[in-house]
Design a protein around this ligand. Structure first.
Ligand SMILES: NC(=O)c1ccc[n+]([C@@H]2O[C@H](COP(=O)([O-])OP(=O)(O)OC[C@H]3O[C@@H](n4cnc5c(N)ncnc54)[C@H](OP(=O)(O)O)[C@@H]3O)[C@@H](O)[C@H]2O)c1
Length: 285
């Protein structure tokens, strides 16, 4: 099949393109600044904030939409709503006109929780656009994704460089990290398998860890202190008004929510959660 992976030049996208190519598909990886060459894929320039994406989408059987801004961060000059919700609407519209057979949408765990952030609201709007379309669709909501090139582990390493780290609520928030290659195989199944149509999959890895435990796994002997949630909320409110500081109220709000699955849909892919690659193994523990 001819598969367009919007956001295929990013962390998850590169792995998915490699897997799809290995499975015999013709893959196009698209982003605003694609590299001239990429293993396993042609590359194309695409900005989903453009309202007319037909030229890029035309000729593909399947569109995978991985485009998003980093979660719960508002980089200057861009908004989650414009890139994620509206960008998805643009891709869906072009896919309908182009007669695309299947649309695979990347969402995130927590989108329908009662914690409200601009990232979650935009992801929900994007899911709505996909569900309301005439396309055959499948939606993925993973927990935190780890692997070579991820942003999450280097971010925690930077935070804990001094070996003493104050986290909101002592870092009690729980995550269920999933390895990017394990997720990539499940995304590739969604590209290929008609039985996935109309499904929304909530996916996590084999371990549930608190943020504090993850920090200690990355940097043993780090002392994690507890920043009272009220103080963290106040700090985030102040930071929201300071230029150049990429944290704000959304970063605080999301710390109040566990990023774990209630029931792990990896089983729908014939996978036993316990056989997935764990963060402990990945870090050589
Ligand atoms: N990583 C995680 O832990 C995690 C967890 C849950 C869900 N997700 C979701 O998984 C998806 C992929 O995440 P990721 O970690 O691979 O992100 P990433 O590395 O930041 O990749 C984002 C991709 O989107 C492209 N992009 C950004 N803005 C664009 C625009 N306006 N038009 C077209 N392309 C654009 C980027 O390329 P350019 O910058 O060159 O445009 C890049 O290819 C996202 O939807 C994310 O919300 C990720």
């Amino acid at each position: 099949m001819k598969v367009l992976v919007a956001g295929g030049t990013g962390f998850i996208g590169r792995v998915l393109c490699r897997i799809l190519s290995r499975r015999g598909h013709d893959v196009t990886a698209a982003g605003r600044s694609p590299p001239a060459t990429m293993a396993g894929a042609e590359t194309a320039t695409l900005d989903v904030t453009d309202s007319d994406l037909i030229d890029t989408v035309e000729g593909h059987d399947v569109v995978v939409n991985l485009v998003a801004l980093p979660s719960h961060v508002d980089p200057a000059g861009q908004s989650h709503d414009a890139v994620t919700r509206q960008g998805t609407e643009h891709l869906v519209a072009a896919s309908q006109v182009a007669g695309v057979d299947r649309f695979v949408q990347m969402s995130a765990l927590g989108v329908d929780s009662d914690v409200e952030t601009a990232y979650f609201a935009a992801k929900r709007g994007a899911e709505r656009a996909v569900r309301n379309s005439d396309l055959d669709w499948v939606i993925y909501r993973p927990s935190v994704v780890f692997g070579d090139g991820c942003a999450f582990l280097p971010f925690l390493r930077r935070l804990s460089v001094a070996r003493v780290l104050a986290l909101p609520g002592g870092g009690r928030m729980r995550i269920q990290p999933i390895w990017v290659d394990d997720l990539g195989e499940m995304l590739a199944d969604g590209v290929e398998d008609d039985r996935r149509t109309g499904e929304t999959y909530e996916l996590g890895g084999p371990d549930v860890l608190t943020l504090a435990e993850t920090v200690v796994l990355l940097r043993p002997n780090t002392v994690v202190l507890s920043l009272p949630m009220e103080l963290s909320a106040l700090g985030a409110s102040v930071a929201a008004y300071l230029p150049g500081i990429p944290i704000g109220r959304d970063q605080h709000r999301v710390q109040t929510l566990d990023n774990t699955v209630v029931s792990n849909d990896v089983a729908a892919f014939g996978v036993d959660e316990r056989n997935l690659h764990s963060l402990y193994e990945y870090l050589g523990g």
